[in-house]
Unconditional design. Structure first.
Lengths: 193, 88
């Protein structure tokens, strides 16, 4: 990472937690965790709550859907770390590697439900162009997506839009697939608390 | 983040959040974080250090820039949604 404080500037208690994580998981401490645990009162504590609510809170979207949205937004932001991390969770949640791969390769040809496709299309435009219009929202509503579902999807987009930017600004290291698979197992079981 | 204790002045954090009114090198980094974060380079961070900013200050400004842009996009999308529902 570009800032040494995010690697080694944590409090004594957090460093002890990281040591335990390394021993138990036999993996390096995930860099997103290092970010949210550094001066958590400034940023991380609030963002962990936002992530937990957006990704695991009550919603008509499944966990697999929301993790797919997270991966899709991250790909639109060209954020390799977050794309890999959330794609791995979505694959595990759906139990369907081909579905996630197909959406990330080509949204328009992937075999998925139309409400999900319309929502992902809108999230992709918002992420790439930093704006969407009334017509974009009408298209999503016309596909059968409720207002609450759109709001839930936008919450995922906000959380990932923030995280993607910081992952790239601080240069999270993109490790091998086994690291993301281990992270996915943890995130599916425990969430983002 | 904007109101609490920090190592950067509140006005600077507000400028990073709004992506407005900041000169290089801070303005350069903030613009990149907000609009195309994957173009941030080691040199951008080095320029911040050379200008006298600590790692904590760089951390605070980058966080404000990221949250600010994501918030603007979120708010704009919610407004578009409200308008779409209102016009149905």
């Amino acid at each position: 990472m570009r800032l040494a404080i995010l690697d080694s500037g944590h409090s004594f208690g957090t460093k002890a937690l990281f040591a335990m994580i390394r021993v138990v998981s036999r993996q390096p401490v995930p860099e997103p965790l290092k970010l949210v645990r550094y001066r958590a009162d400034f940023y991380g504590a609030a963002m962990q709550q936002i992530m937990q609510e957006a990704m695991r809170g009550p919603s008509a979207w499944s966990v697999g859907d929301r993790e797919l949205m997270a991966a899709f937004v991250s790909k639109a932001n060209e954020s390799a770390y977050c794309t890999n991390a959330h794609a791995a969770v979505s694959v595990r949640a759906y139990g369907d590697k081909a579905k996630v791969a197909a959406v990330l390769a080509n949204l328009e040809t992937a075999v998925i439900e139309e409400p999900l496709r319309a929502t992902l299309r809108m999230l992709g435009k918002l992420t790439r162009e930093h704006a969407v219009g009334v017509g974009d929202m009408r298209d999503v509503l016309a596909a059968g997506v409720s207002r609450k579902q759109i709001e839930d999807a936008l919450a995922v987009c906000f959380a990932l839009g923030t995280t993607n930017r910081l992952a790239d600004a601080f240069k999270f290291s993109v490790g091998p697939p086994k690291v993301f698979e281990a992270g996915a197992e943890y995130l599916l079981a425990r969430g983002y608390r | 983040m904007l109101e609490g204790r920090a190592s950067t002045p509140q006005a600077q954090r507000r400028g990073a959040f709004d992506n407005a009114g900041l000169e290089a090198p801070i303005g350069t980094l903030v613009e990149k974080v907000a609009m195309h974060a994957n173009s941030v380079t080691d040199e951008d961070i080095a320029a911040m250090r050379i200008s006298g900013l600590s790692e904590d200050q760089i951390f605070e400004l980058a966080v404000c820039a990221a949250v600010g842009q994501a918030s603007r996009e979120h708010d704009a999308a919610l407004s578009a949604l409200a308008a779409a529902i209102g016009s149905d």
